[in-house]
Structure formats: structure tokens, C-alpha cells
Design a protein around this ligand. Structure first.
Ligand code: GAR
Length: 190
């Protein structure tokens, strides 16, 4: 079975959806560890509830991206992952880090990329009166929310939506989409 590492930075709801799918034996992978770039976030507690080992590499305590990535690389290598899933991990990774890790790194983003990369995709979808937004799973490169797209799912934007209601609707779709793509990876279909 493929060894999955998950990098988080916050709430960890995508992480939980992945761990639940593994627990239900719907996703034939083993989650070998979670790395958070923030301390004291909900995602850490969620990982612990599933008995998954967690390391915190707090980006704010490193003075340079190089020193942050050196520590992240050390912790990543210790996990010996076959694949890494970013789930709310809000740091750019350098081309050098991606090359050194040398396993596929996936990311999920709450928009129909290449539309709305970055921090405010829901607000942008609302401001532009889009009828649809969605979620994208893609391979990670050194640019923000960029890289080869593996799968997308559409989500309607409703007239009464706020940023919060829209992000909740998109998140529910993200949880299914991420598990689906990881199932393809598990089956060597990507
Ligand atoms: C998710 O909506 C994810 O798509 C987004 O952060 C949220 C994390 O939620 N990621 C990005 O915006 C990446 N650019 P979670 O911690 O509950 O999984």
C-alpha cells in the first residue's frame, strides 16, 4: 500500500475526510504522518484522534524559506512517503524542495483553477457573480495553486451565498474530490 504524507496548516477538514476514507478501507493507503506549518491548529487534533503521528514545522519560527524547507525536508524524508497531499498547507514550496522530495505532491484549491489562485477564491467568485465555482486537485509546482490539473468539480454559487456559506459548500465537494483522486493514485491510474 502506498504511504501517504499529509501537509496541513489549519482546520484539517480535508485531512479528516482522507483519514476517514482510509479508516473505512475505501482508500487503500496508509497515512504515515501529518506535518503542520502552524502550531495550535485544529488539524493537529484531528490527526491525533486517528492515531496519526504529527510533526509541527512552524514556518514563523524560521527566518528564511531555505531554513524552513530544510527542516520540512528532514521531517518529510523521515516519513518515507510515496505521495504527499497538501490540505490547507498555505506555503509555497520551492522547485528545489519539490525535486528533493521526489514523490508526487498534490494540492487541493477551492476554485476552478486557473481561475482565482491565492487566498480569496470565494470572494472573487461572489464579486464576479459567477454561476459556478468549484474545487481543483492538481500536482504542485513552485508557483501558487499552479501545476498539472488532475480533477475538478463544479459547485453552484447561489444568490444568497456569503463567503462562508459558499466555502462550506465547496469544502464538502473538496472532501469527496480529494479522496477520489487519491484512490486513482492508489490504483496507479494517474
Ligand atoms: C481548503 O478549502 C483548501 O482547498 C484550501 O484551504 C482550505 C483548507 O481547509 N487550500 C488553498 O486555498 C490552497 N491554496 P481544511 O484545512 O479544512 O482542509
Amino acid at each position: 500500500m502506498k504511504r501517504l504524507g499529509v501537509f496541513i496548516g489549519g482546520n484539517g477538514s480535508n485531512l479528516e475526510a482522507i483519514l476517514e476514507a482510509i479508516q473505512r478501507q475505501e482508500l487503500p493507503m496508509v497515512c504515515v504522518g501529518v506535518i503542520s506549518h502552524n502550531d495550535h491548529v485544529q488539524g493537529i487534533q484531528r490527526a491525533k484522534r486517528f492515531g496519526v503521528p504529527v510533526k509541527v514545522v512552524p514556518h514563523a519560527s524560521f527566518s528564511t524559506r531555505e531554513s524552513f524547507e530544510a527542516e520540512l525536508l528532514k521531517e518529510t524524508r523521515a516519513l518515507k512517503p510515496d505521495v504527499i497531499a497538501l490540505a490547507g498547507f498555505m506555503r509555497l514550496l520551492s522547485a528545489r524542495f519539490i525535486e528533493q522530495v521526489n514523490v508526487p505532491i498534490l494540492n487541493i484549491h477551492p476554485s476552478l483553477l486557473p481561475k482565482y489562485p491565492g487566498l480569496h477564491p470565494h470572494q472573487q467568485a461572489l464579486d464576479n457573480h459567477d454561476a459556478f465555482t468549484g474545487a481543483t486537485v492538481h500536482l504542485v509546482n513552485e508557483k501558487m495553486d499552479d501545476g498539472h490539473i488532475l480533477a475538478q468539480a463544479q459547485v453552484p454559487v447561489l444568490a444568497e451565498d456569503t463567503k462562508e456559506s459558499l466555502s462550506q459548500r465547496v469544502l464538502r465537494v473538496e472532501h469527496k474530490l480529494y479522496v477520489e483522486v487519491l484512490k486513482w493514485i492508489a490504483a496507479d491510474r494517474v
